[in-house]
Design a protein around this ligand. Structure first.
Ligand code: PHE
Length: 371
């Protein structure tokens, strides 16, 4: 028996007996690696005479192929055995109860947005959305703030270096009002929507964060007037704060995209909290002794120019719009005092102020139900 046959018998036997993938790899290196014995045999072909090479060449190549095949076969066996072992060890009993910790909670912003959707759905409003990366036509121009309008400067806008398709600049939307324009352009009139979402301004202190949340409201129909706006806001705020004594005060104001514009204040009373400190509790007229008014939201009748730029005829369609801070609503309803904590992701805060996933706001069970 020649060298080749001896080598083959030994190699195939050892490979078949390899106990794990590491041992198998060591054998592969020993035979077929750069310094391996079969590789060594292949190198001897160069110094053989042509006749010798004709008989030895095919033998050595066949040896290499047999050893390679034995390695592959053993590898398959070892791998499927390893997989079987893992599957047996990793069985999960899905019928076991969930562990006590960690358990997630619903963030108050998400909860309040669900509450808003529920309240407004009952009044026939759909939920609309728009992009957070806007172009300045939707965020400003279409809302009656042309290029040099001073109100643009008040928005502390985050701009991108890119140019928008219309030629203006790309930016992070500074309010949810561009969704008014997008909704009218896409679906025409009539319109009854709320548009909750993230907005961005370069501003940061205890009551301002560079990202915060707003909800926009828009109604476009025939013969809509300020009375409809006031009723809608009153109905919404009574349902949201779950009290009937919410009193609103409408003050003349200015927004480029509404005419007339009204700032809405809500009456509050000062009551002593558990810590003995006075705290504001919404309800009642702000004009009563010991009461006050708190500025809550901006609103007004949609400016004719905005209706026109959104592709509708302002002689035919009128409406109102409002915008209110969602984080602010959450703070007023659930008593947090620092906005920055909303976005810190501190599990202790989330555990304290978060909601159970079972606390789905419904009008029948109450939009502020807490287990
Ligand atoms: N977009 C305004 C803001 O962010 C709020 C607003 C919305 C005012 C709709 C009037 C009408 O301050």
């Amino acid at each position: 028996m020649g060298e080749v046959e001896t080598l083959e018998g030994a190699a195939v036997a050892r490979i078949g007996a390899a106990e794990d993938l590491a041992a198998l790899e060591a054998l592969r290196v020993e035979y077929l690696g750069k310094q391996g014995s079969i590789s060594g045999l292949l190198k001897t072909l160069g110094s053989m005479s042509p006749e010798e090479r004709e008989t030895e060449g095919p033998k050595i190549h066949a040896l290499r192929e047999k050893v390679q095949a034995a390695l592959t076969a053993r590898k398959d066996v070892l791998e499927s055995a390893a997989l079987d072992a893992r599957l047996a060890a990793e069985t999960l009993d899905l019928s076991l109860p969930a562990p006590d910790a960690p358990k997630g909670s619903v963030h108050p912003v998400s909860q309040v947005m669900d509450e808003l959707a529920e309240i407004f759905a009952d009044m026939g409003f759909a939920v609309a959305t728009g992009p957070e990366i806007e172009d300045d036509w939707y965020n400003f121009t279409a809302l009656n703030m042309p290029e040099s309008h001073p109100a643009r400067a008040m928005h502390d806008t985050f701009y991108f270096p890119d140019t928008a398709p219309q030629g203006g600049r790309m930016l992070l939307r500074t309010h949810t009002s561009p969704v008014q324009v997008r909704t009218m352009k896409a679906g025409g009139a009539p319109v009854r929507i709320i548009a909750p979402g993230r907005v961005y301004r370069s501003d940061s202190d205890a009551t301002h964060t560079p990202m915060f949340h707003q909800v926009e409201g828009l109604v476009i129909d025939k013969g809509i007037h300020l009375g409809h706006l006031k009723w809608t806001l009153e109905t919404f705020l009574k349902a949201f704060f779950e009290r009937d004594d919410i009193v609103l005060r409408l003050r003349p104001s200015y927004f480029p995209f509404t005419e007339p514009s009204v700032e809405v204040d809500v009456g509050f009373a000062i009551e002593n909290g558990p810590d003995g400190k006075g705290r504001r509790v919404l309800g009642g007229s702000g004009d009563e002794p010991g009461h006050g008014w708190m500025e809550l939201l901006g609103s007004g009748m949609v400016n004719r120019k905005v209706i026109e730029m959104s592709g509708l005829d302002p002689d035919q369609w009128q409406g109102f719009a409002f915008g209110v801070g969602v984080d602010r609503l959450a703070m007023l309803k659930y008593g947090m005092d620092d906005l920055r904590a909303f976005f810190d992701g501190d599990v202790r805060w989330l555990k304290h102020y978060g909601f159970s996933a079972f606390d789905q706001p419904t009008l029948s069970a109450g939009v502020g139900a807490r287990a």
